[in-house]
Design a protein around this ligand. Structure first.
Ligand code: GLN
Length: 378
């Protein structure tokens, strides 16, 4: 058959996790916690099942959950989204991204992405017949020169994908970035897909500059959020999308024929769990401690630490250790040293090798300590 995605293989997250298992390595590759989620949450799922939440949830989401999301958003950002018309519960962040792109992108439309980028953006755009326009971020700061972004704009530019805190670099967008973006898009009809799945994982007293805080951006943005990250339950594949009514209408046209609705019992459980707002106000501190711990441990190794302002990913350069390609190096790291990582070249479409790999620190401190012991031998 003629592939719709020639050149696309299996996502790097599956590849590296599988290798990690095969070689009994400590898995700091794919981003997921190795500790259990709150048992209270699991009990609430059991209770929801016993209470009869076993049939289709409403297409747009469990009513209590949509309302709870609206409360969460208002409590964190003092911004209102209508639970009925502007919030849809999704089967994770990636489905929300796929659905938003599918709802908007036509053949020939151009979409601007910042690389390194999470690996689903570009293939999804291409699947829809869209063209990816890439802005390459430079290590170590991975900052954006907005005048250069402007050069990528054409009359076909339909969308720009943001991701802050960013996977894999851990960089964040500043207030100044957002203001430059407002200038850039004013007078255009360019839409924004803002992947904010790491919104709570932001450190050093910085605040998350969600696009919703800027009315000029909010009115043209799909915002994607993740319960997997918030609840330490990535396997539940639960998230949501926020957008103004007009955009959300289009999103739902696709969503209803894509998944229709999302796991009913889990929605009910999450809604009840999040009645306690501590569950979303305290998570940043939890991960900041892990980041600090992991960075301290790694400072005794020969790896050079890149900044990590947000997300649960720590990028490191191994340029002083080896000049192997990052894919080769990360495979050797699994086989010889027993630690799995993600080669950052996987986040680029064209061959790009800065000798940087990504570790996930959403792990027990004992796991991080054990991994660091091994990494000190590299
Ligand atoms: N977002 C996670 C990561 O970057 C993985 C998501 C996935 O495996 N699909 O590691």
């Amino acid at each position: 058959i003629q592939s719709k995605l020639p050149g696309v293989g299996t996502t790097i997250f599956s590849v590296m996790s599988k290798l990690a298992t095969a070689h009994h390595a400590i898995n700091l590759s794919q981003g997921f916690p190795d500790y259990p989620c709150d048992p209270t949450l699991v009990e609430l799922v059991n209770k929801a099942m016993k209470d009869g939440f076993n049939q289709y949830a409403p297409m747009t989401g469990n009513h209590l959950l949509n309302e709870t999301i609206a409360q969460k958003v208002e409590s964190l950002y003092q911004v209102k989204y209508d639970p009925e018309t502007e919030i849809t519960v999704t089967a994770g962040g990636t489905q929300a991204i796929f659905t938003a792109l599918t709802a908007i992108i036509n053949s020939g439309d151009e979409v601007i992405i910042f690389e390194p980028a999470y690996d689903c953006y570009a293939p999804t755009v291409r699947l829809l017949g869209g063209l990816v326009k890439t802005y390459e971020l430079s290590p170590p700061s991975y900052g954006i020169d907005w005048d250069m972004v402007k050069k990528l704009f054409t009359s076909r530019t339909r969308m720009i994908i943001l991701n802050s805190p960013q996977n894999p670099t851990g960089s964040i967008l500043s207030d100044e970035d957002m203001k430059s973006l407002i200038k850039l898009i004013s007078g255009t009809d360019v839409l924004i897909l803002s992947d904010e799945v790491y919104e709570h994982l932001i450190y050093d007293g910085e605040k998350h500059n969600s696009v919703m805080l800027y009315p000029e951006l909010k009115e043209r943005s799909f915002i994607v959020a993740s319960f997997g990250k918030l609840l330490h339950a990535t396997g539940w594949k639960m998230g949501y999308c926020l957008a103004p009514e007009l955009l959300m209408k289009e999103f739902r046209k696709v969503h209803q024929f894509n998944v229709f609705s999302v796991n009913s019992a889990m929605q009910q459980a999450i809604a009840q769990y999040l009645q306690d707002s501590n569950h979303y106000h305290q998570i940043g501190t939890f991960f900041e401690q892990k980041r600090n711990y992991f960075r301290t441990l790694l400072s005794e190794s020969r790896f050079e630490l890149l900044p990590c302002k947000g997300s649960y990913f720590q990028c490191v350069s191994y340029a002083k250790i080896s000049d192997e390609k990052d894919t080769d190096f990360s495979i050797r790291l699994i086989k010889e040293f027993g630690v799995a990582s993600i080669p950052v070249s996987a986040f680029y479409q064209k061959a790009t090798d800065h000798k940087i790999i990504r570790f996930c620190f959403a792990k027990e401190n004992s796991t991080l300590a054990l991994a660091a012991e091994k990494l000190k031998n590299v």
